[in-house]
Design a protein around this ligand. Sequence first.
Ligand code: SAH
Ligand code: SF4
Ligand code: F3S
Length: 448
Amino acid sequence: MLYILHTYGCQMNVRDSEAVCAMLDASGHRLAPSENEADLIVVNSCSVRGKAEDKALGKLGLLCATKRERPGRVIGLMGCMAQRLGSGIFDKVPGLDFSVGTRRCGAIPRLVARVLAGETNICEISDPADTPDVPDAHTEAGFSAFITILLGCNRRCAYCIVPDVRGPEFSRPAREVVAEIAALARHGVREVTLLGQSVMNYGRTNEVWDASAPASPGGFTEPFARLLEAVAAVPGILRIRFTSGHPSGCTDQLVRAMRDLPQVCHHLHLPVQSGSDRILSLMRRGYTRADYLGAVGRLRDAMPDFALTTDVIVGFPGETEADFEETRSLMGAAAFDNAFIFKYSPRPGTPAADWDDDVSEEEKMRRNQVLLADQDVRGLAANQALVGSVQQVLVEGPSLRNAARWSGRSPGNKIVVFDPRPELTAGTLADVRISRAAPQTLYGDLVP
Ligand code: SAH
Ligand code: SF4
Ligand code: F3S
């Protein structure tokens, strides 16, 4: 069948979608040139905020309505909303053929076969205690790939649905992760992004290193720092990124691994959520404002070119103007390169959902706008500070806006636009001297 996938949510969903595409290809299906031509459509959903679920539900409704003209069409749901709603989804979305939970996406080719054999309303939701079924299949992915190394989350921040829909933490064996990356590198992958909700928790809840594995050449004893070192040793891997960070993971070994392993980009996505100790404690984030700024200080001291990005929630239950101002001042003190600001959205079943959602929608909107405006100024200043510097970019190819120019990303994950040379190929490193900065983009010239 010709198929198409629609992916909402975070990089973990992007990774899962990629695996599903590879498995569908292996079962004889083919990617459709457009949705209109697709006979099989799978929506990979996110539950993190109410709006994310509304989007997937809206899309599913439209897709299922097309079955009136195209009765043979197969429509499926996967991802976090599938996991959260279980078989309840079939009442919300009449016409949906199957729904599959987060640790079961490996089942999709079999579910499609069952639908083609006449079954419908098939629900395959994982039990949190299940051993995860993580296909390590990849499509011909180009030169950059996501690798999920840590599934689930044990942290249970008061507002967050992720532990419910992604289950408890499970760290994949290091041997398996390194083998997957080595195979990708042989197929031309040059950059890997290691994924986990608190990625530096890798190997803290289950054993990941075989007793027989050779000792770390750099003397790393912490499982995540040791993994970074092992991935850096894979021939062909030019760049390593990882996300998301948590201040508790910013240990001396982590900082040393980032500083000393040349493949590891000097960039960290370290979601702060709030700058108020009172709100951080209600959120159950497990750190204070001082802990957070302390971690940032250690990273910056070790790496002068360190780039920092974050997530912030505005309008958490009980967030006062004074709390909000604390967040505002923290953002200035941390000097973020980029920040994603979210309006608090109560998620059913989380502790915070029982608390009064007492910041009005207008006020959430205002706080959101204020932080975005601050960040625009700060982001532009951070980019302007790079004018005159030489940035090593991983070349991606023609830029989206203007195909005559090429773009790539700096170690700090900024988009860099430059004029190509005939001999330049995608997936290689090149040096670009920055001549101009915009809020989201750097411009410059290749250095011979
Ligand atoms: N594991 C990551 C975050 C994953 S969810 C971490 O802890 O850093 C991605 C982002 O969505 C979070 O950082 C948070 O800013 C936002 N988010 C999560 N739950 C939310 C909610 N209920 N309302 C609004 N934003 C939320
Ligand atoms: Fe959610 Fe907190 Fe886990 Fe991140 S660390 S996924 S915010 S519970
Ligand atoms: Fe959304 Fe699930 Fe990711 S809830 S943010 S897709 S882990």
